[in-house]
Design a protein around this ligand. Structure first.
Ligand code: SF4
Length: 368
């Protein structure tokens, strides 16, 4: 399959592996930002192909994982209402709230529906004028255009029974938060290719300059990731700190301008809480005043609710690249995908779930 097979080609991967070994002379720590990249790295054992002096740490780029506990609780409160039809992508249904998850609400008779597009939720609103339809708008810059389109369409249609529960987060402020932490050990980033397909990569240039870090926009297949690592290490070894684009088959520097225009019409930049990390200034999206009638937090009066995250879960440290999942005492014992403590064990893009799926036996042997 074009654009897939050649990026899973063993000979191409081996060539890059050798090239990385050839140019590496010192210890370097790299972070892959996106959970999809983490999944590929662990699945294909890419980290195990690298020289011993290159460490990969896993970043905060899994939107399900960083959705704060209190927002899951708010979703559960709204979905439990008798008039609500709560629509969400499937991966949010098993994310644990303080006491239960959305799947339990559904099992108890709540009308919780999995949709494949926010526009499906708009259609449900049109077909059910007597109900309140809420869409769980979770994600990074990648999903923001489709969610903005749904709200825009609902406004055009004059729908009064449609709203969204917004949990949109932005990648560049998260990278800055990692770099500004006193515990930071990351020296270069593999930026998430799909986010840059929408946003381009101009925003990364001031970050690369300010913190003197290479940032390479990278895809998700094994050859993409090995090439992104090669480009990062080459910059580090040569003392450069630039933004480069490995994912040129999908990403242009300016990104998708019509999508950006729609997003900036419907959403504005706001502070957002990240699960396990806390609030990061200007790190998320909220509705603009023109569209705030579609804000589910206001419509259902849940905006003021807060919740404490369980102390035992160290997913915040995992999401900042400070700890690896198998360093968590609860990993694969008290915390499993069947009984997850934190969202990084629930989401298929979560680092803990990836380690559980592909590495748990090795992790157990190590600890034994
Ligand atoms: S293994 Fe479970 S408890 Fe530990 S950090 Fe991951 S999600 Fe949290």
């Amino acid at each position: 399959m074009k654009y897939l097979d050649e990026y899973r080609d063993a000979a191409a991967a081996e060539k890059l592996r050798k090239a990385i070994h050839r140019i590496t002379t010192r210890e370097w720590t790299l972070m892959e930002v996106c959970g999809g990249q983490t999944h590929s790295i662990v699945k294909y054992g890419i980290d195990e192909l690298l020289p011993k002096n290159i460490t990969l740490v896993h970043g905060p780029g899994c939107p399900v994982c960083v959705t704060p506990l209190e927002l899951i609780d708010k979703a559960i409160m709204i979905a439990s209402g008798p008039k609500a039809i709560f629509c969400s992508f499937g991966d949010m249904l098993r994310v644990p709230g303080s006491e239960k998850d959305l799947l339990m609400v559904k099992a108890n008779g709540g009308d919780v529906r999995i949709v494949y597009s926010p526009l499906d939720a708009v259609k449900i609103a049109r077909d059910n004028p007597q109900k309140e339809i809420v869409f769980f708008a979770v994600g990074f810059e990648t999903t923001a255009p489709a969610n903005a389109m749904a709200v825009h369409q609902a406004k055009q249609l004059g729908l009064r029974n449609f709203s969204i529960l917004v949990s949109h987060v932005l990648v560049p402020p998260a990278i800055e938060a990692v770099l500004s932490s006193p515990l930071n050990r990351v020296q270069a980033f593999l930026a998430a290719g799909h986010v840059c397909t929408v946003m381009g990569y101009k925003e990364y240039e001031p970050i690369a300059r300010k913190y003197n870090v290479p940032i390479v926009v990278t895809g998700f297949e094994p050859v993409d990731i090995l090439q992104g690592i090669y480009m990062c290490v080459k910059q580090l070894e040569e003392g450069r700190a630039e933004v480069e684009n490995q994912y040129a088959r999908s990403v242009r520097k300016e990104g998708n301008l019509p999508a950006q225009q729609l997003v900036s019409q419907v959403f504005r930049v706001v502070p957002r809480k990240w699960r396990g990390v806390g609030e990061i200034a200007e790190s998320g999206l909220g509705l603009t005043p023109e569209y705030e009638e579609f804000d589910a937090e206001k419509r259902f009066a849940v905006a003021a609710y807060t919740a404490e995250e369980p102390a035992e879960c160290i997913s915040g440290l995992v999401l900042q690249g400070i700890k690896k999942p198998n360093e968590c005492p609860a990993f694969a014992t008290r915390c499993t995908p069947e009984r997850p403590f934190g969202a990084t064990m629930v989401s298929t893009e979560g680092a803990c779930a990836a380690y559980y799926r592909y590495r748990r036996h090795a992790a157990r042997q190590q600890s034994a």
